[in-house]
Design a protein around this ligand. Structure first.
Ligand code: PEP
Length: 255
C-alpha cells in the first residue's frame, strides 16, 4: 500500500533566516521522537532556506521545492533548475501550482516541461490541478481537470508516472477559507481517475497518490481527506504553524 502524503507549502514565508530558524525549532519539537509510520511528510520552504532545513537532519520530514525551471542551466535570471534542487537536498517539487499560474502566467505547457525536468533529475513531483469558481459554475470542472492532466502529463510515460502525485486544488479554495464538500472532492477524484485510466495501465495508476489542497485545517481533514479517501493533503497557510501542521499529519496518519 502507498504511504499517505502531507505536503506543507510555505510559499514566500517566513520572512528571514532567523524566523525560519524559529519555525524549524517548533517543527523539530513537534516531530522529534515521533514515528509517522503510514505518512510521508514533505516541507517546501523557499529554496534559499534549503541548507538551513537540512542542517536540522530531520528523520521524518523531507525537503521539497516549491518550483523549478525546466532548463538545465544558463541565462535564466532568478530561476533554479530541477537538478540544482535535487543536488541541494530536495526530494520533491511542486509543479503547476495555481499561484504560479496566476502570478507568473504558467500554463500546461510550462507545467509539462517542468514536470519532465523534475522527473529527469530524480525528484518526485506534486502536480497541482484545479478549476476556478467560474469554470465550476459553468459546468466545466470535468473538462478543465482533464485538459490540465492531459497537457501536464503529455509525454510522461508509464515508467515515470509513479513518481508523480496529484493534488486536486480547486483555485477558489486556495487561500480563501472556502472548502469543497466531500461529494465535490469525490466527483473530482472520479474525473481524475478516469482521465488517468485513459493514459496509464491500472497497475501504474495505483501508485499515483491523490491529494486534496485548499484551505486545509485540522478540523476539516475529515471532510476533505478522510471521507473522500484521498491519499493526503497539500497544506498552505496552516503549514506555517508547525503545531497545526503536525496535528494534520497525525490525523492523516491515524486514519
Ligand atoms: C496551497 O498553497 O497549495 C494551499 C492549499 O494554500 P492554503 O492551504 O493556504 O489554501
Amino acid at each position: 500500500m502507498n504511504k499517505k502524503l502531507v505536503v506543507g507549502n510555505l510559499k514566500m514565508n517566513p520572512v528571514s533566516p532567523v524566523e525560519f530558524g524559529r519555525y524549524l525549532d517548533m517543527l523539530e519539537k513537534e516531530t522529534k521522537h515521533k514515528d509517522f509510520a503510514k505518512t510521508e511528510i514533505v516541507v517546501c520552504p523557499p529554496a534559499i532556506y534549503f541548507r538551513q532545513f537540512l542542517d536540522r537532519k530531520f528523520k521524518n520530514v523531507k525537503l521539497g521545492a516549491q518550483n523549478v525551471f525546466w532548463e538545465y542551466q544558463g541565462a535564466y535570471t532568478g530561476e533554479i533548475s530541477a537538478g540544482m534542487a535535487k543536488a541541494s537536498g530536495a526530494g520533491y517539487s511542486i509543479v503547476g501550482h495555481s499561484e504560479r499560474r496566476k502570478y507568473f502566467g504558467e500554463n500546461e505547457e510550462a507545467a509539462n516541461l517542468k514536470l519532465k525536468a523534475i522527473l529527469k533529475n530524480g525528484l518526485r513531483a506534486v502536480l497541482c490541478i484545479g478549476e476556478s469558481m467560474e469554470e465550476r459554475k459553468g459546468g466545466q470542472t470535468d473538462s478543465v481537470l482533464k485538459s490540465q492532466l492531459k497537457g501536464s502529463l503529455s509525454g510522461i510515460g508509464a515508467g515515470k508516472i509513479e513518481c508523480v502525485d496529484i493534488a486536486y486544488e480547486p483555485i477558489w479554495a486556495v487561500g480563501t477559507d472556502k472548502l469543497p464538500t466531500t461529494d465535490e472532492i469525490l466527483e473530482a477524484k472520479i474525473i481524475i481517475k478516469k482521465a488517468l485510466a485513459e493514459m496509464y495501465p491500472k497497475k501504474r495508476m495505483e501508485k499515483i497518490r491523490l491529494l486534496y489542497g485548499g484551505s486545509v485545517k485540522s478540523y476539516s481533514i475529515g471532510q476533505v481527506c478522510l471521507e473522500p479517501a484521498m491519499d493526503g493533503v497539500l497544506v498552505g497557510r496552516e503549514s506555517l504553524e508547525p503545531y497545526e501542521f503536525i496535528k494534520i499529519v497525525k490525523i492523516v496518519d491515524d486514519n
